[in-house]
Design a protein around this ligand. Structure first.
Ligand code: AKG
Length: 220
């Protein structure tokens, strides 16, 4: 069989990113964010300068092991009064930094690749994990429009993502996630419980001992 140079290039492109279906409405897009890597790292740095990472407290008074910041029209915050989306960063008293255009492009492209067209994220929560940090199983239900999906991008050291069912008691699948992987869930999977197991000690050439997760949502 004759294979043109173009076919070969197509094959390489296909292998750069590949998808794994988790259930109806949920998919992992492996290595999908790699082509956005430089823009994402630059965007995270500029957001971090304006709105530094901080360890928020849960309504029950526990300090979260994951450090967080936000960009976009609304940011997810938690304190003694509860969980909410807020247009103002409580640390600076200023609006959260604007969501970089490259973030929006990636979030929309990934949502569309997963079958969710017209995704309009207005909130990007940026989670920073160091070894030992974890996120317990939870549902994302503080958003007004549950028709819109969630797009979750992993950068830096590996993590094990837990993807559960519609109740906390459902045994979650354990998905190892690497730098560049994107998980998208929505539709019938929108309210699935999910979380991240405590990270193991590791080193990433660009991010050191850190994992950065970007979670895009339409919150307002
Ligand atoms: O870090 C992750 O992969 C998941 C983050 C998450 O579940 C959240 O921010 O609600």
């Amino acid at each position: 069989m004759w294979v043109s140079d173009l076919d070969l290039l197509d094959g390489i492109d296909e292998q750069r990113s590949w998808r794994e279906d988790l259930c109806d409405g949920a998919v992992v897009l492996r290595a999908y964010a790699l082509e956005y890597e430089a823009d994402l790292l630059a965007g995270i740095e500029s957001v971090r300068q304006a709105a530094p990472f901080r360890h928020m407290h849960t309504p029950g008074g526990f300090r979260m092991s994951v450090a967080m910041t936000n960009c976009g029209a609304c940011g997810w915050v938690t304190d003694r009064t509860g969980y909410r989306y807020d247009a103002i960063d409580p640390l600076s008293g200023q609006p959260w930094p604007q969501m970089p255009a490259s973030f929006v492009r990636l979030a929309q492209a990934a949502a569309s690749a997963a079958g969710f067209t017209d995704f309009l994220p207005d909130a990007c929560l940026i989670n920073c994990y160091e070894p030992g940090a974890r996120m317990s199983l939870h549902q994302d239900r503080d958003e007004q429009d549950l028709q819109q999906p969630i797009v979750s991008v992993s950068l830096g050291i590996p993590a094990v993502f837990q993807f559960g069912g519609d109740t906390r008691a459902d045994k979650p699948q354990r998905l190892p996630l690497q730098h560049g992987d994107v998980v998208v869930w929505g539709g019938p999977a929108r309210l699935r419980y999910h979380g991240v197991l405590a990270l193991r000690e590791a080193m990433h050439p660009l991010l050191g001992r850190r994992r950065i997760n970007l979670t895009f949502r339409k919150a307002g």
